[in-house]
Structures are given as C-alpha cells and as structure tokens.
Design a protein. Structure first.
Length: 307
C-alpha cells in the first residue's frame, strides 16, 4: 500500500512512518519543519519538504498517487491558537481542506485523521465516549474538530473513506520538551538536567496518558479497518500528575521534588477517555500502561544516549 504521511518529521508522524516502512508499505512523507526535526525522517521514505497549503502539494499527489493519507501535520499549541487564531485556522482547518481536495482530485481513497480530546472540553461525565458533547475550550479544540466535519462531508459528497482517531495525552520518544509540549517530556527534561519539575495546582488533576507505540498501532489497524468511524485512542485509565512524577522519579533514579505553582486558568481537572469503540471496531487496545510506557521510554532514551 502507498501511504502519504503529513507531519512525517514530527513526534507521532515519524513513528508512524517507521512502522509503515517496517511493514513494507511504500511511504511518502511531507513536512515543512515548522516543528518537525530532520533527524526523525526515515531514509527509506520518499520525502518532500513542502507546506500542506502549498500549490506544490498537487504535484506530489499527482506524481505519487497515494492510496491512503495519514494526516499528522498540525498546529498543536493551545496558547498559540489563542494568540494567533488565524494561523491556527490556516494550518489545522485550511490545511486539512487542502489535503482533502488533493485526495479527491487524485483518486486517493482514505484519510486517517488524528483529532484530539481537546474537542470535548470540560467533561460532563467520565470516561468520555465518542457521543460526549463537543464543547471545546480553545481555538485549538475548534480547529481540530472542524476538520472532522469537512472529512465527513467530503465522504458524503465524494465517497472518500476515513477513520478519525481522537487521541488522549500522547507521550513517547521524540516528543519535544519545548513550548507547550507534553507534561511527560517537560518533566523528563527538567529531571535529567537536575531541575525541579513544576506542577500547576496540587498535582491531583488526572489525565489519560497513551504511549506513542500504541497510537502507531491504532493508525496501522486503521489502514484496513474503521471505515467511516470516529474513535477514541486512549488507555481508559486515569493517572494524577503527582503519580506520573513519582513514576518518572523512580525510573530516572532521582528524588528531585516538584515546585507547586498556581493552577493555570482553563486547565481541565479531570480527563479520561473511553476506548470501547476502538476495540470493537479496530480490534485495538493499548498494550502499554502509563507505568510500562514510562519504563520503555526511559530505557530507549538511555540506550540512545549510549549509542
């Protein structure tokens, strides 16, 4: 199968590319290096350095004729979406429409689209299933949900197939520790530098953390399954920030204590997603818990430093 992966140099996208190539799929990668890293690009990938809103994207689709698109390119910073909603819209909404138009015009049959738990906003009930009301609390949440509507309408009008994957809090190797990155990569970076990690609030807020290797597996399963489905990709379990930090301290053999600061305005106290549909439709369930994922991540980082 020929698969085009946008955001191929990014955190999740690069792992997906690696997995696709290991499974002997033909992979075309696209990235403009706004946040992607050139070292993440698999050498067996046919790579194009272009923006998803570029006119040159038409040439890539025309020349490569992919069967499936896994669309990872996105603006993922909530604060940036609030400071610059026009740029956020340009990348997440208009960029996705650009992908869909090129798919339609080139005969590409399916898109796998990573959405976000941010579309749900403050949970009314837990765990949050796919029928939970959509009530985003940021422009980022809006710009991740709006493409879902475009994708479904393109499917109805032009017959494009899709699988939408709504991720909980993804963590793993290659995740940036800069800007508004995942809390795990930020904590690890500070602990490894001998700095006290910072927790906003009392640390008893909880999240649903899913390991990147499980996220990759969900994308691979969606190549063949999940037609016209919208699915949460998560662990269906909750872990507090304090518990997370204790696990990292144990894995990194450090006793650096956190600094507690004021709770951030707009932060959600509780978040946990339901993955029942992903299991019944994709046959997918996570193989890693937070604890086993952190252990694997710390071992991989240690191994990479030694090499």
């Amino acid at each position: 199968m020929k698969v085009l992966v946008t955001g191929a140099a990014g955190f999740i996208g690069s792992h997906i590319v690696d997995s696709l190539i290991s499974l002997e799929h033909k992979v075309i990668g696209i990235d403009n290096f706004t946040t992607g890293v050139i070292q993440n690009i698999n050498k067996s990938c046919s790579f194009y350095e272009i923006d998803i809103n570029s006119e040159k994207l038409r040439e890539v689709f025309h020349d490569e004729k992919p069967d499936v698109v896994i669309h990872n390119a996105a603006q993922i910073n909530v604060n940036h979406s609030i400071k610059d909603p026009i740029k956020d819209e340009e990348i997440n909404i208009r960029g996705t429409v650009s992908i869909l138009e090129n798919m339609k015009n080139s005969g590409c049959s399916k898109i796998i689209y990573p959405s976000s738990a941010a579309i749900y906003g403050k949970p009314i009930y837990l765990p949050v299933d796919e029928l939970h009301p959509i009530q985003p609390m940021s422009f980022y949440g809006i710009s991740k949900y709006t493409p879902e509507l475009y994708i479904k309408t393109y499917s109805e009008l032009f017959g494009l197939d899709y699988t939408i994957l709504r991720y909980s809090n993804v963590f793993g190797l290659r995740q940036s520790a800069h800007g508004e990155a995942g809390v795990i990569s930020i904590f690890m970076d500070r602990l490894q530098k001998g700095l006290n990690p910072v927790i906003h609030g009392d640390g008893e807020q909880f999240r649903d953390f899913v390991y990147v290797k499980d996220v990759v597996r969900a994308n691979i399963f969606a190549l063949e399954k999940g037609s016209q489905s919208t699915l949460n990709i998560c662990t269906n379990s909750k872990s507090s920030i304090n518990h997370l930090l204790r696990q990292l301290q144990n894995n990194l053999n450090t006793n650096l204590e956190p600094k507690y600061e004021n709770e951030r305005k707009g932060d959600i106290k509780e978040s946990c997603l339901d993955n029942t549909s992903a299991f019944s439709i994709l046959g997918w369930k996570p193989e890693y818990s937070l604890e086993s994922g952190l252990k694997d991540l710390c071992e991989l980082q240690k191994r990479n430093r030694i090499q």
